[in-house]
Design a protein around this ligand. Structure first.
Ligand SMILES: NC(=O)c1ccc[n+]([C@@H]2O[C@H](COP(=O)([O-])OP(=O)(O)OC[C@H]3O[C@@H](n4cnc5c(N)ncnc54)[C@H](OP(=O)(O)O)[C@@H]3O)[C@@H](O)[C@H]2O)c1
Length: 416
């Protein structure tokens, strides 16, 4: 069809083709739009690795970038363990997993409840995993779970810690600290990878542990208001600080794994990779852009073509993470690579490699977890006692009302 039209145009002149000048005028804009869309879409992963039967843990695997990573790995027949906020018995989650199994023709997709907003939940899962005898196979841990809260939704977790700090950093620290023996115990020939999802905001982070401590004080003030209490003051830039801390910990964790002397004297087989997926159109980004308000949502919808153009789709955002999980060359070496747009790049902040910073952060995190867990344990015991007391009171009331009823019942009166 286009060939006869072009031939006609060449013979009779362009004006002979209806709307030809309009098309010529519009075409460069379409080409520019397509070029921009392609550019903002970022690099595509072309690396592959045999994933069948490999066991991969994914946090944040139910939405956004993490969901695409989980789907791609499941499609390659990996055994995917989704660490989710909800219990596996949750109706929506069960349906989601059923769909994923059907779509990817992979029955080996499971969910385990790991609420990153609860240090207790993280501990419960991780200790259950490492207590398994014989040790369970583990080929990769992909950490995509997290939050980027708009300023209006300042909050704290049930542990009384800033939610961005805990979900983006502290819970990952907690999870990997407990899972560390499960990673170290893998056979030396196994290529095990831990992939951390970071964000370029780390570059501007003002890393000061006092920032997080200040937040603790604020949490303490609002502790009596319950877990949903809102923080009156959120430390400035805590999201960036949490990502900076995550990257610093990633390097420290690699050093911790490398320092382990295996009983078979073979070199360590677990490598850490840090990935910046780039700006992506996910539920998390949408919430952040809209500021969590209806007006924000309206503005977002009105400007949607712009976001469609400049932000990656979740599937495009997943590419660098898939590259980190599957590129063959990362099966060897010391680990601690930083990946962006499916290639290795230098980290913009050299202080994430500073051993002193790593040590201080590690000690601080351990202390923060210990304190929060102690408080959490006391709260749980008190809540349990309260519940028991209430149940006992209820039973006593029921028994006494049953007795009174029997005494005044029609049958008892008739019997008199
Ligand atoms: N999107 C971007 O532009 C961008 C840019 C740079 C870096 N990143 C990083 O990439 C990662 C994924 O980002 P995303 O935009 O895909 O995030 P997202 O759409 O907000 O998804 C976050 C995931 O974390 C899970 N999650 C939230 N709270 C949780 C909790 N308490 N316990 C367990 N899981 C919880 C969510 O589960 P539910 O589905 O149950 O809510 C969801 O699956 C994040 O680490 C983010 O910082 C993203």
């Amino acid at each position: 069809m286009p060939i006869p039209i072009i031939a006609h145009g060449l013979q009779e002149g362009i004006s002979a083709i209806p709307h030809a000048w309009s098309v010529i005028r519009i075409a460069p804009w379409f080409i520019l739009l397509a070029a921009l869309k392609y550019y903002f879409g970022g690099a595509r992963n072309t690396s592959e690795r045999l994933m069948a039967s490999k066991v991969v843990m994914v946090t944040g695997g139910t939405s956004g970038i993490g969901a695409c990573v989980a789907r791609e790995l499941a499609a390659r027949q990996a055994q995917v363990v989704l660490l989710t906020k909800q219990h596996p018995s949750d109706g929506f989650l069960a349906e989601y997993i059923d769909d994923l199994r059907r779509e990817t023709k992979n029955p080996f997709i499971y969910a385990e409840q790991v609420d990153l907003a609860s240090l207790h939940s993280v501990r419960e899962f991780a200790t259950k995993w490492i207590d398994n005898v014989p040790p369970r196979r583990l080929d990769a841990v992909i950490l995509c779970g997290g939050v980027a809260e708009p300023a209006s939704a300042r909050g704290q977790t049930q542990d009384g810690i800033d939610d961005e700090w805990q979900l983006n950093y502290l819970s990952n620290f907690h999870l990997l600290s407990i899972l560390s023996p499960a990673l170290r115990v893998q056979p030396a020939h196994r290529d095990v990878r831990v992939v951390f999802a970071t964000c370029s905001s780390y570059i501007g982070a003002k890393f000061d542990l006092e920032t997080v401590k200040r937040d603790e004080k604020d949490s303490a003030k609002s502790k009596d208001q319950g877990p949903a209490a809102r923080l009156s003051v959120r430390p400035k830039g805590i999201y960036a600080v949490s990502k900076f801390a995550l990257m610093t910990f990633a390097h420290a964790f690699q050093r911790h794994l490398n320092a382990y002397e295996r009983p078979d004297s073979l070199p360590p087989c677990t490598r850490v990779l840090i990935v910046d997926p780039g700006l992506t159109r996910t539920p998390g980004t949408r919430r952040w852009l809209t500021g969590g308000s209806l007006w924000g949502l309206l503005l977002y919808l009105l400007t949607w073509p712009f976001w469609w153009l400049v932000l990656k789709s979740p599937s495009q955002g997943a590419q660098s993470i898939l590259y980190a999980a599957m590129e063959e060359k990362y099966a060897r070496g010391e680990g601690g690579w930083f990946i962006k747009e499916c290639r290795e790049v230098d980290c913009a902040r050299r202080d994430v490699l500073d051993e002193d910073v790593q040590k201080r952060l590690w000690e601080f995190s351990e202390k923060q977890i210990e304190e929060a867990e102690k408080e959490g344990a006391v709260k749980r015991t008190l809540a349990k006692k309260e519940k028991q007391a209430e149940e006992e009171k209820k039973t006593r009331q029921e028994t006494s009302s049953a007795k009174t009823q029997t005494a005044g019942s029609r049958r008892s009166r008739r019997n008199k």
